[in-house]
Design a protein around this ligand. Structure first.
Ligand code: GLC
Length: 536
């Protein structure tokens, strides 16, 4: 609560991990914070880095030491776990999503010893650490691919998907519009790549590939990793004979948004068995990039496939009550049916930040935060959204990503100084407003969006109902998203301009503009969201 009676996330106090018992594994009560390591913090380790043809030279790049040094921010904020985007060895054609060694750390980020230290430092603070596992493809520089492309008879000849002719009409994601079939001179055949040509797809139909990939999971589980975010994991099974819909292909829709093959489910069950063989509720969250919520929910199986998956249909909902309500209702309906646990996410390293997408008004970002952190399910927070960051404006000469995603990957401004706490000019420009919108300045301002996130996280941790109880949607008119959590809590997100009458009296714990914190109210002003306790 924010009435001062509770010390809210006092960093001098020992951290209390989220409530967890046998019936409720930790990841159901957790709030998970995504770190995009190149842009989080630079602890001074690592080599200058090169992205494809674009040299980012002496630029400052974030690393594992930087994360260790800044863990205090996460403890202070009050999140429970970190999802760390890839830190494995990589030529960085797709900034780590093109892996050349699944069992080593790229020198840009540090060493295996640094990773071990990060695990220990997280666990000492009661934080869990989830790594980003990229099972669908490797880098062209991975030794497996180097061997596979040599000829048609080498021991790894069948570890990737090779054909004499394109086998279907599928389109790659990078660059949009290209065929997924890429001609390879050394082998005089096409290889499948659903993403960039530097990211050949592994052939999961080959049991040796599956076994080798499961071993990479064991490698990290043995080192104490708490789970994995699984990159485009619905692609590990494919039906190569099934063309994508011609009209969508004509509009260059990438195959990744259509792939939904039955065989994937048995592979997910095998992955799940690996995780379940370890103690401590090791978890998985899949990037199942299907916008159909019913189809996506099937990737949880009967509690024997993925633990969680990202809710992209929700991410892409406009900030309008009807759209939000519909997608929340649909998610809960499909997930409850099969006893699966939902997730909620607004931003990540692939999409324009939600404050930017929703028109730039911080007020809307504040209302979205109230919603995100009070829904039934596990929320994911993308680094910097707690600062209300906009995307950086990236001039053409500084573009480094192959798919135009640099803006949302801008470095975190830690303080108001010109380099914002970075040792040198970073690899990407800073986001706008860094002089005021940085960790140090916002931490000094109890009314800032940063404190709003922190107070919402503190409240969520203290109130079991906000973590786990049923969510009942309420109808308070077209401009309002409203719901109950258990008997005691009511959340009202009034996206309209006019006040909305509640029909009952409630005590506000947190209001998005902090204007009615602690007040007793029977109406919520326009453009305001509240989390309130009902009189029961
Ligand atoms: C996922 C990642 C994205 C990456 C792609 C290919 O969508 O989130 O960053 O480019 O997979 O690995």
């Amino acid at each position: 609560m924010t009435d001062g009676s509770t010390t809210v996330g006092d960093s001098s106090q020992p951290y209390r991990p989220p409530v967890s018992n046998d019936a409720t594994p930790w990841w159901k009560s957790a709030v998970i914070y995504q770190i995009y390591p190149r842009s989080f913090a630079d602890g001074g380790v690592g080599e200058a880095s090169v992205a494809g043809e674009v040299s980012v030279g002496e630029a400052s790049v974030g690393d594992l030491r930087g994360i260790i040094d800044r863990l205090e921010h996460l403890s202070w904020l009050g999140v429970d776990a970190i999802w760390l985007s890839p830190v494995f060895r990589s030529p960085m054609a797709d900034f780590g999503y093109d892996v050349s060694d699944f069992c080593d750390i790229d020198p840009v980020f540090g060493t295996l010893a640094d990773l071990d230290q990060l695990v220990a430092a997280c666990h000492a603070r009661g934080l869990k650490l989830i790594l980003d596992w990229v099972p669908n493809h490797t880098s062209i520089e991975h030794p497996w691919f180097q061997e596979s492309r040599r000829d048609r008879t080498n021991p790894k000849a069948d570890w990737y998907v090779w054909r004499d002719e394109p086998a279907n009409n599928w389109k790659a994601a990078f660059p949009k519009g290209e065929s997924v079939w890429h001609w390879d001179e050394p082998r005089s055949q096409y290889y499948l790549r659903c993403f960039a040509k530097e990211q050949p797809d592994l052939n999961w139909d080959n049991p040796e590939v599956e076994a080798a990939m499961l071993d990479t999971l064991r490698f990290w589980l043995d080192r104490g990793i708490d789970g994995f975010r699984m990159d485009v994991v619905h692609l590990i099974g494919k039906d190569l004979f099934k063309d994508d819909p011609a009209d969508a292909v004509a509009r260059n829709h990438a195959h990744v948004t259509f792939n939904d093959a039955e065989v994937t489910h048995e592979r997910l069950r095998a992955i799940r068995r690996v995780l379940d063989a370890y103690p401590g509720d090791r978890t998985s969250v899949g990037e199942v990039y299907l916008l159909d919520i019913a189809a996506m929910s099937r990737y949880h199986g009967a509690g024997d496939e993925l633990h969680m998956s990202f809710n992209f249909a929700f991410l892409w909902a406009p900030p309008e009550p009807r759209a939000l309500r519909d997608r929340i209702a649909l998610t809960l309906r499909h997930f409850d049916l099969i006893d699966a646990w939902p997730t909620w996410v607004l931003s990540n390293h692939d999409v324009v930040r939600h404050r930017q997408r929703h028109g730039g008004d911080e007020n809307v970002a504040r209302m979205m935060a109230v919603m995100l952190l009070t829904l039934r399910g596990t929320p994911f927070v993308y680094q910097g959204e707690e600062l209300g960051l906009l995307d950086a404006v990236v001039p053409p000469e500084r573009i480094v990503d192959l798919d135009g995603r640099d803006g949302c990957r801008a470095p975190i401004p830690w303080d108001p100084s010109p380099l914002h706490g970075w040792p040198a000019d970073p690899w990407l420009p800073f986001p706008p407003e860094g002089e005021e919108r940085n960790v140090t300045t916002l931490r000094d301002d109890p009314k800032s969006i940063l404190h709003l996130y922190r107070d919402l996280l503190t409240l969520r941790r203290a109130e079991a109902d906000l973590q786990r109880s049923e969510l009942t949607l309420l109808d308070l008119g077209d401009d309002v998203l409203a719901y109950r959590r258990g008997d005691g809590w009511m959340v009202v997100v009034n996206l309209g301009e006019q006040p909305v009458t509640l029909g009952e009296t409630v005590h506000v714990a947190i209001s998005s503009d902090r204007g009615t914190d602690g007040a007793t109210i029977d109406a919520v002003s326009g453009r305001t969201a509240v989390v309130a306790r009902r009189e029961v």
